[in-house]
Design a protein. Structure first.
Ligand code: ZN
Length: 588
């Protein structure tokens, strides 16, 4: 008895001391330190890769390459439990006093975990989009990768491939009244995957150093996997597709799902309806600017004063200017020369600091990414940060004379400059160099595509406004054509998915409303029937950055400096613009 009351007294005193102690700190519990959060986020990311191994392979984390998640109900339940568990753990860090960088990381993690729960429970693509069953890409990374010797990569594939029959059985079980467009896409892709297994994978095994018994077992595993793939394709082709006949689920997402997906993916300040209205307004403003420029240029190119200027005249003017382009053999050279000019201009005009220690390597487009775009940036991921950044340039030698001419007219002397600003300096490449200076695994894994694309589009505007290209009306006219593309992408995506826009209206929007070729417009229609939301990221990101610049200018008045704005903006890493806005506002 005595002992117990003594213990009670001691525990009472300890409680009192704790209360008094916390009173002295103004009722505040001490915030976890940035180090606490850092070690939490490392544990979280390790667990994340165990739970989502395909995602891990895609970002260059290879320790879980051999795993394949079976997409069945118990795994979906495990995904949700994982997300809820970590949403709970995050509460420990969500308190006033956390440093701003950790606080932003927490918001990014929270958004992603909630998005996964929403995708699993509400969006339910696993039911209606057969193209989500695409393990081909992770097998592709492993087979074509250079991160480990061939035998090592093959052994991970050897362990992974054994699960493919269970994987496709679960997929067949899940699919219920799918979208016809996604079903067709899944059939195409899955057939391609079977070819990779019987072709490239089998060839790699035969030249590898694996022992004969493993090679033999491997071949058996491949043939079982191919049978499973064939069963999946046959299910889609014979059991599912004939029954859809326009009776399947609509590829249009519908306003409600679209709005949530837009919020989770873009993490912007605007709703789809708001950004749609802004895009309509900006399109009218852009037409006005284009008409003025066409009027100014007309006599120079057509030798007489224009009688009247309308959008058809703008179209003719764009065609005329596009005739000025580089020779097919010097496309890559023209790009390299322009990158030097861009660097010189930025330094001379003090627009932002460029880091000469992280050079951009211009090279010919590697075979695996040919045919998609004229150029692209291939940047190292979080797990191979010391690798170089490459500017891949399409080689034109496979093109016929006609194809080359059409390609070079699209990427004419003026458009090529805008493209280089966007992709390289001070667009994607420069942004990435800044982003890597705020080393946070979370920010690089959950980077915000809207900010990244928004910045590249902002860079175009910022350079032209600063006088790059000497304010040439040709360059501005091409810029506006480019700008119209991102405006129209937004109108198209929101129009099709939430406002029932027809194919005919969509083609009209792009061809007559944005001066695009019919072939390009038809390709864009296919893209919008097979994706949603992503097409809005460019215009939405740009709009938010232009808003932020305008706010900052009006607040700072004469003290506003372009360089200071650019560097401060880029200094927070690739996080949503709305968070950068909060942080910039807090700082002043
Ligand atoms: Zn881009």
């Amino acid at each position: 008895m005595k002992n117990t009351s003594h213990l009670r007294l001691v525990s009472f005193l300890i409680s009192m001391l704790l209360i008094l102690g916390s009173c002295r700190q103004g009722n505040k519990v001490e915030a976890p330190s940035p180090q606490d959060f850092e070690s939490f986020s490392h544990r979280f990311v390790e667990a994340l890769w165990q739970q989502f191994p395909d995602w891990a392979s895609a970002v260059g984390y290879h320790a879980t390459d051999h795993l394949l998640t079976i997409p069945d109900a118990s795994n979906r339940a495990a995904d949700i439990a994982f997300c809820n568990q970590y949403l709970d753990s995050l509460k420990h860090f969500e308190i006033p006093g956390m440093d701003v960088h950790s606080a932003t990381d927490i918001k990014l993690i929270r958004n992603k975990l909630k998005a996964i729960i929403w995708e699993t429970d509400t969006l339910r693509e696993w039911e209606w989009n057969p193209s989500v069953y695409n393990p081909g890409s992770s097998f592709g990374y492993m087979l074509g990768g250079t991160y480990a010797p061939l035998d090592e990569r093959l052994m991970a594939i050897y362990q992974k491939i054994i699960h493919l029959p269970a994987y496709y059985a679960a997929a067949i079980d899940n699919i219920n009244n799918p979208v016809e467009e996604y079903t067709t896409m899944a059939i195409e892709r899955t057939k391609g995957f079977a070819q990779t297994l019987s072709g490239k994978l089998s060839d790699s095994i035969s030249i590898s150093g694996l022992d004969e018994e493993t090679k033999h077992n491997f071949t058996e595993r491949i043939s079982k996997a191919i049978s499973a793939i064939e069963a999946f394709v046959s299910h889609l082709e014979n059991d599912i597709l004939p029954g859809l006949n326009d009776m399947g689920r609509d590829f249009r997402l519908g306003a409600e799902l679209y709005k949530s997906k837009f919020n989770y993916n873009l993490q912007a300040r605007y709703t789809p309806d708001e950004i749609y209205d802004i895009a309509i307004y900006e399109r009218d403003e852009t037409y006005t600017e284009m008409l003025v420029l066409t009027k100014r240029l007309w006599e120079k190119y057509f030798g007489e004063k224009p009688s009247s200027i309308n959008l058809q005249s703008v179209d003719l003017m764009i065609e005329k200017i596009a005739e000025s382009h580089t020779h097919r053999d010097s496309f890559q050279y023209a790009i390299e020369a322009q990158l030097n000019e861009l660097t010189t201009f930025i330094e001379a005009n003090d627009l932002l600091t460029l880091d000469a220690d992280k050079p951009l390597v211009v090279r010919e487009m590697p075979a695996y990414s040919r045919g998609i775009s004229a150029v692209n940036i291939s940047a190292p991921g979080p797990y191979d940060a010391n690798e170089a950044t490459y500017y891949n340039v399409n080689k034109l030698d496979g093109f016929s004379t006609e194809e080359a001419e059409s390609f070079l007219m699209e990427y004419n002397d003026y458009m090529l400059q805008i493209l280089n600003i966007h992709e390289a300096i001070p667009g994607h490449y420069t942004q990435l160099v800044y982003s890597n200076k705020t080393p946070s695994l979370i920010k690089s894994i959950f980077h915000n595509g809207t900010m990244v694309e928004g910045w590249a589009c902002f860079a175009e505007r910022m350079m032209l406004e600063a006088g790059y290209g000497d304010h040439a009306p040709e360059l501005w006219l091409m810029y506006y054509k480019w700008y119209l593309r991102i405006i129209s992408n937004t109108l198209l995506d929101i129009g099709v998915h939430t406002k029932n826009m027809s194919r005919e209206d969509a083609i009209d929007l792009l061809v007559n409303g944005a001066f695009q070729e019919t072939a390009e417009a038809e390709g864009k229609w296919v893209r919008v029937t097979r994706s949603s939301v992503q097409l809005c990221s460019y215009f939405t990101g740009l709009t938010e950055i232009l808003d932020l610049r305008a706010e900052t200018k009006s607040r700072q008045g004469d003290a506003f400096s372009v360089k200071n704005f650019n560097e401060t903006f880029l200094g927070y890493g690739s996080i949503p613009v709305k968070y950068i806005r909060e942080l910039m506002n807090q700082m002043e």
